[in-house]
Design a protein around this ligand. Sequence first.
Ligand SMILES: Cc1cc2nc3c(=O)[nH]c(=O)nc-3n(C[C@H](O)[C@H](O)[C@H](O)COP(=O)(O)OP(=O)(O)OC[C@H]3O[C@@H](n4cnc5c(N)ncnc54)[C@H](O)[C@@H]3O)c2cc1C
Length: 333
Amino acid sequence: MESHIIIIGEHAEGHIAPVTFELIAFAQMLQKETHAGIHLLLAGHHLGDAATRLAETWGIDVTLLEPDKAEMATRTGFAAPDDLIFKNLPIDLLDRLNPIYVCAGHTPNGADAAPALAISLNAACITGIERVASRNNALSFVRSVFNDKITATILPTAKTTVLTMMPGNFKTEPPRHCGSGTVSVVNVSVDKKNYAFHGFKKNSADTSALENADVIVSAGNGIKKQEDLEHIYQLSRLFPKSAVAGSRPVCDKKWLKYSQQVGVTGATVKSKLYIACGISGASQHVAGMRDSRFIVAINTDPHAAIFNSADVCIIEDLTTFIPRLISTYHETF
Ligand SMILES: Cc1cc2nc3c(=O)[nH]c(=O)nc-3n(C[C@H](O)[C@H](O)[C@H](O)COP(=O)(O)OP(=O)(O)OC[C@H]3O[C@@H](n4cnc5c(N)ncnc54)[C@H](O)[C@@H]3O)c2cc1C
């Protein structure tokens, strides 16, 4: 029986979510070593057109998991991501596909569903994967642990492994022309006993200021007092077309707006220069800024993970270093 790499795709309002394309790139990487087929599952309703486009463009087989007809008639939402189905994936269908890997995004849906899915499939489960390593024809998976200070390389030994892939780590290649895949529809009934989905509320944060800036000066938890944010603003004012951003804890404290947050749950930026001040380099933050052209990090901890992504590493206290840098600049120019 042919074995498969199964992708659990995601969508929003009828559009395929970017994480799905990254999952395809991830699965294609696994396919090179395993030569297994790729099969994508998409859960929700009114997704026929999106499924057909995926099958035609990427040449992969797609199965649409739709709520059964009676239940669909009671639903009013159009193509909303249906995490109820996500949690009720038909195990017999997955078993029939003889999966080596079942791949989901490390998103709220994926991270939520993966462990339970692994138990149902009697599979191993590795979450938050950032890299794939291959040694002696065996694939192992690299993820960060201990606040991203250490990377763990995990070699699964089970027949099937459920994987969640950290968004932002696997680049989507343009599709190769390889013929069209098939689309099939399977009706699933969902167990609504535990909770009901009431819809999503859109984040109104406008991240365009960050997306358009050439230089971003970004503040992290290393800023201990709100007044110290002034160092960040002063540094950003040295550059034309600059913006101030921050890590999530700084936005959670309401010192910066959520529209200024960089990372998996914030903006993805590709500035010419990104200056990370007092930011540890958690993968959730790095995923949003790693594609910046030149990265400078200022941190008191020489082992901070952010230094792995930085072009220039400055081991200094930002409250003394930034004022000195600014005064040197003014003396020089
Ligand atoms: C589902 C999920 C989604 C998330 N999404 C995001 C996201 O989108 N964006 C995001 O940023 N985070 C996100 N996070 C949080 C993330 O995991 C980290 O907790 C967060 O990025 C840490 O922020 P930080 O680096 O500013 O703080 P910390 O990890 O507390 O690091 C502070 C750093 O400052 C340094 N420091 C301390 N004092 C000084 C000083 N005086 N001068 C210089 N350096 C100093 C320290 O050495 C340390 O490295 C998410 C987490 C989860 C679970």
